[in-house]
Design a protein around this ligand. Structure first.
Ligand SMILES: C[C@H](O)[C@H](O)[C@H]1CNC2=NC(N)=NC(=O)C2=N1
Length: 97
C-alpha cells in the first residue's frame, strides 16, 4: 500500500508538471516531440515502466503530443508512485528531445 501525498507535494519534486483541471487530486503534463514516431517511442518506454510498477498513466496522444494525467486510484489521490512515474517520463522525454 502506498501513501497519499497530494498534488502539491508531488509538484515540488517534479519539473514541468501542474495540478490537473479535474476535481480529483491529480497532476498533469503535456509532452511534445518532433513527430509521432518519437511520441510513440516515449509511450512505449513509459508503458514498460508502468507495467513494472503496476501503475498506469491516463494519457491522450495526437501526433507529436502526449497529454498525461497521473493519480493513484488505490489512495484516491497523488502518491509517491506518481512522482516516480512522472520523473521517469521527464527523464525519457529529456533523452528524446
Ligand atoms: C490491482 C492493481 O494493482 C491496481 O489496479 C493498480 C493498477 N494500476 C494502477 N494505476 C494507477 N494509476 N493507480 C492505481 O491505483 C493502480 N492500481
Amino acid at each position: 500500500m502506498t501513501d497519499k501525498i497530494g498534488a502539491d507535494a508531488a509538484l515540488a519534486k517534479l519539473t514541468g508538471w501542474a495540478k490537473g483541471e479535474g476535481d480529483r487530486d491529480e497532476i498533469t503534463k503535456t509532452f511534445k516531440f518532433d513527430d509521432f514516431k518519437t511520441a510513440w517511442g516515449f509511450m512505449s518506454s513509459v508503458a514498460l515502466k508502468a507495467e513494472q510498477m503496476d501503475h498506469h498513466p491516463e494519457w491522450f496522444n495526437v501526433y507529436n503530443k502526449v497529454e498525461v494525467t497521473l493519480t493513484t486510484h488505490d489512495v484516491d489521490g497523488v502518491s509517491p508512485k506518481d512522482v516516480e512515474l512522472g520523473q521517469f517520463m521527464n527523464d525519457v522525454a529529456g533523452k528524446l528531445s
